[in-house]
Design a protein around this ligand. Sequence first.
Ligand SMILES: [Zn+2]
Length: 235
Amino acid sequence: MAKKILKASLVVIIFSFILRAQISNISTAATTDFSNFDFKEYLSKPRLALTFDDGPHPVYTNAILKILEQEGAKATFFVVGKQVKIFPELLLEIAHSGNEIGNHTYHHYNLAQLDAGQVNYEIKTNEELIQRITGLTPRYFRPPGGHYNYNVVEVARENGEDMALWSIHTNDTARPTSEYICRRVLQNVEDRSVILLHSGVPQTLAALPGLIRELKKKGFRLVTLSELDKGGESS
Ligand SMILES: [Zn+2]
């Protein structure tokens, strides 16, 4: 009997010893990884902003969010008010994911053809809708099609929003191949590039995982527009 108890105790002791060794290995590994992480080097990497216009889209918005999360990237979504009204839950998904929401007007009209009052309606109505649903105020505004004039710039400023265009146009709404979209970005990308993409294009969605990986391989951090504007002091 005494022998059996001794044997059982020995097993327990050995088992707890192994368990403790494993736990200490895990925590040592985690600590080592963390302490070796070079924040300075990370923050000094070149940055770029992916932007997705014209959503929220009933299928593509969630798919884009999922890819961004899987690939460890952030982006900015320029949303259209009439779409937001139909899919408010998708706007919330964007907000909760830590990606940024930008104002792309209520109707997606060519603002250069509207008077100041109509431009104000387009910007303000969407801004208020975004605020009501998410509690967030968009910091950036993008005129549909990139069409703007003095009125548009002034009204956006009066609404406290900065106009944000882009530096790389992928022409993705013309539905080129995914390879074309990737090539267009990879051949033109530089530090602080702002890349124009759209939410409802299958070729853009297909291009996205590979494109993000290639951009990361080139050393880029993929951040929101607000983070791009911060000057690199934060991730
Ligand atoms: Zn648009």
